[in-house]
Design a protein around this ligand. Structure first.
Ligand code: CP
Ligand code: NVA
Length: 321
């Protein structure tokens, strides 16, 4: 059980923060995915790696969570890493004291900080003043931990990333942003369909296009969901109204009408194409109930992979090599 050392390669991002997929190089992302797949197999066979024993991570949630909270808690326990859970009412980031003071204080107690907050700017400020790695557990702009798990799932199911095609149907939101960057880094083609006015941010598209040029991936933005799924090996969707824009849910329901991933749409994708969803899902809006159920194995494996991918990430950021 519990070997003191790991015979696998751990990408060396020691001491760095991970706020966006672009905080790792293509090789580092690929190495993290390879490590995540090995850690998953080891967990299945009962081999533990308590390589972060004696260290502590703070988990701060300004917004609700199931997957992020539990996958970080359990993944940390697997690595021997102690978690300190902080609620919004306790920290009240940027209100009770300056963000810089929160960052400097937490850095004296813990070895890393995972944060979920609406404002990406706040999270960047926290990382700027922290002397320990800060991990983005979702902001309104990015959700890179989810994308590590998503890429792991595509790799496991499609057998490769480079040259494969992922379609994304829905809002040009945090998921869409991080998926564009992650896919462009590793050479996965992306075809995105959003309603007009709900495209991903232009600066993130530009960043992804520059990365895609280097990796050879293609990035296509359209407004027709059928066009987007043509030639797709996997089809991804996410809620129409994210946590940070729940107040727009009613108007978004109108703007996104028809942007549902259902069996009719899946029939236009490549044979054997699978569906991914970061969850939580709103059945009957972005995804049909029967489609979620038909692809439940892929979708819940994707949720499981959060834990394995984040273990690989925490080892990369926190294990001194
Ligand atoms: N996918 C995801 O981040 O789920 P939670 O909001 O439940 O953490
Ligand atoms: N776009 C969604 C992702 C949830 C994991 C949100 O921000 O609410």
């Amino acid at each position: 059980m519990s070997p003191a050392t790991l015979s696998y390669a751990v990408p060396n991002l020691y001491g760095q923060s991970f706020l966006s997929m672009t905080d790792a190089t293509p090789d580092q992302v690929k190495a993290m995915l390879a490590l995540a797949i090995k850690l998953k197999a080891d967990k299945r066979s009962g081999t533990a790696h308590r390589l972060l024993a004696g260290k502590h991570i703070a988990l701060y949630f300004e917004l609700p969570s199931n997957r992020t909270r539990v996958s970080f808690e359990v993944g940390s326990a697997d690595l021997g890493l102690n978690t300190v859970h902080l609620r919004k009412e306790e920290i009240n980031l940027g209100v009770r004291e300056t963000i810089a003071d929160t960052a400097r204080t937490l850095s004296r107690y813990v070895d890393a900080i995972m944060i979920r907050a609406g404002s990406h700017h706040d999270v960047s400020e926290l990382a700027e003043h922290a002397t320990v790695p800060v991990i983005n557990g979702l902001t309104g702009l990015h959700h890179p931990c989810q994308v590590l798990a998503d890429l792991q799932t595509v790799l496991e199911r499609a057998g490769a990333l480079e040259g494969k095609t992922l379609a994304y149907i829905g809002d040009g939101n945090n998921m869409c942003h991080s998926l564009m960057l992650g896919s462009a880094l590793v050479g996965l083609n992306m075809r995105i369909a959003t309603p007009p006015d709900y495209e991903p941010q232009a600066d993130v598209v530009q960043e992804a296009e520059a990365l895609a040029q280097k990796s050879g991936a293609s990035l296509t933005l359209v407004h027709d969901k059928y066009e987007a799924v043509t030639g797709a090996d996997a089809v991804y969707t996410d809620v129409w109204a994210s946590m940070t824009n729940k107040h727009e849910a009613e108007e978004r329901r109108k703007a996104f009408a028809g942007f549902i991933v259902d069996q009719d749409l899946m029939a236009k994708a490549n044979p054997g194409a699978f569906v991914l969803h970061c969850l939580p899902a709103v059945r009957g809006e972005e995804i049909a109930h029967e489609t979620l159920e038909a692809h439940a194995d892929a979708i819940f494996s994707q949720a499981e992979n959060r834990m394995h991918a984040q273990k690989a990430l925490m080892l990369s950021l926190m294990l001194k090599q």
